[in-house]
Design a protein around this ligand. Structure first.
Ligand code: GDP
Ligand code: IMO
Ligand code: MG
Length: 420
């Protein structure tokens, strides 16, 4: 058996949470392989809405085991908040949520370092979600961090204090003392909560599961254009958001990767700073934001909106070896008489049909216009019921990318889904 992957092909928020939830009944195990609480994955069903940050999106299906994998960075305080909220909805996860021993811990001081780094950058700030992601991965690579497995060791507190000192030396401690003490209190409460869960040797667990023909889905966070190596650096996150990240993040070999579901919005959005050639500053952009409800699920920040960038989509497909595409938010385009897609860029008179090293807003998109369908598609249950204009749009994307679109999402609810 192989491990399937679902990951974002844009700048995040493509609808990964919803689609993982839809696909979960086909899987025995769902696992997060990278990122941390900077993720915000929304699931809507039975008139209820959940936003998950650290916990995989397979938790609402009772038979599935969910794993926070080795490549994830975990903040116990946020974990505690998330578990508490779920318990308030009578969802108890002690039996079907496992945590990998090699996942690293985000320390309270990492959050403060994140804020301090952003402040120093001034206008050049990344607009990080300030969950401590950058500093935590920096210290992980610097080999100065503690992991989930360390929690149950005798000298855990001593290790924690040593690291804390390393960080506070770099911070204006007077300014943050009270906030840090308050956060630390919650953090240690979170450590106690974590102890109620099963810690596993992740790589052993996944390889055993594959040998036993268990079906596994790896759930990506963020998106390919936010990848530390292949994203729009430096305006990226600090982890490997691509299919390669599944191997290092879960401890499985490349030849164990099966289907790669690449998910993208029918247009494109971005939260925070960084280049965005197809960004719209006009009424169309406002309409995408309004009808797509494009506000961050973690921070409520406005998402920048633009037309679908086919060059960037193809780039992300190649990097991940995508075998099937999932298009979300097709319903949002129902509000447009016509809409555009970009299939190359022009810069200084030169045409680019790929992402050049200098990826910036000097790249002027070359647009094609598409005819809209202007009818509500949210109740459609079969591909055959789609209007011709939507089918044409799907064919156009398939033709450009040479990858089939096998799932189309037509609304935020679990029910709004069409399999082709
Ligand atoms: P994720 O981070 O990739 O899981 O995506 P987010 O949850 O941050 O953002 C996606 C947003 O779009 C959420 O508010 C979802 O409820 C919503 N959503 C997902 N799929 C669709 C869709 O097909 N149509 C509409 N209108 N909303 C969708
Ligand atoms: P999901 O999983 C959208 C963006 C931030 C910022 C940059 C770095 O919900 O798709 P970080 O907090 O990682 O230091 O921020 O990356 N970013 C996301 N944008 N969706 C996400 O996750 C994101 N996670 C981080 O806005 O620009
Ligand atoms: Mg999100």
């Amino acid at each position: 058996m192989k491990i399937d992957v679902l990951l974002g092909l844009q700048w995040g928020d493509e609808g990964k949470g919803k689609i993982v939830d839809v696909l979960t009944p086909k899987y025995d195990i769902v696992a997060r392989f990278q990122g941390g609480p900077n993720a915000g994955h929304t699931l809507i069903f039975n008139n209820k809405k959940f936003v998950l940050h650290l916990i995989p999106s397979g938790i609402f299906r009772e038979k599935t085991i969910n794993v926070i994998g080795n490549g994830v960075v975990l903040d116990p305080a946020i974990f505690l908040d998330e578990i508490t909220k779920l318990e308030e909805s009578d969802i108890h996860l002690e039996k079907n949520l496992y945590i990998a021993n090699k996942a690293h811990l985000i320390l309270p001081t990492h959050r403060f370092l994140d804020a301090a780094n952003e402040k120093k950058k001034g206008k050049l700030k990344i607009c990080s979600k300030l969950k401590g992601i950058g500093p935590t991965y920096t210290y992980k690579i610097g080999r100065d961090l503690i992991r989930i497995g360390d929690i149950s060791t005798e000298n855990f507190i001593e290790k924690y204090e040593t690291l804390k000192k390393l960080h506070t030396d770099k911070l204006d401690i007077k300014e943050i003392e009270a906030d840090l003490a308050a956060y630390e209190k919650r953090w240690f409460k979170g450590i106690e909560k974590l102890k109620e869960f099963k810690f596993i040797d992740g790589e052993q667990f996944f390889n055993d599961a594959l040998a036993q023909n268990k079906k596994i889905l790896a759930e990506g966070a963020q998106g390919t254009l936010l990848d530390i190596d292949y994203g729009t650096y430096p305006y990226v996150t600090s982890s490997s958001t691509t299919a390669a990240g599944v191997c290092s993040g879960l401890g499985v070999a490349p030849n164990k990767i099966g289907e790669v579901f690449g998910i993208f919005k029918a247009y494109i959005t971005r939260v925070g700073s960084g280049p965005f050639p197809t960004e719209l500053f006009d009424q169309d952009g406002e309409n995408l934001q309004k009808h797509g409800n494009e506000y961050g699920s973690t921070t409520g920040r406005e998402r920048r909106c633009g037309w679908l960038d086919l060059v960037a989509l193809k780039y992300a497909i190649d990097i991940n070896g995508v075998t099937q595409l999932v298009m979300t938010k097709a319903d949002v385009l129902s509000y447009f008489k016509t809409f555009k897609t970009s299939s190359s860029y022009t810069k200084n008179g030169k045409i680019f049909d790929y992402l050049p090293f200098e990826f910036n807003n000097d790249l002027i998109p070359n647009y094609n216009e598409n005819k809209g369908w202007e009818i509500d598609i949210s109740e459609k249950v079969k591909y055959d019921e789609f209007p011709k204009e939507l089918k044409d749009y799907i064919l156009k994307i398939e033709d450009f990318t040479k990858v089939p679109i096998s799932i189309v999402s037509t609304g935020a609810d679990r029910k709004n889904i069409v399999f082709k």
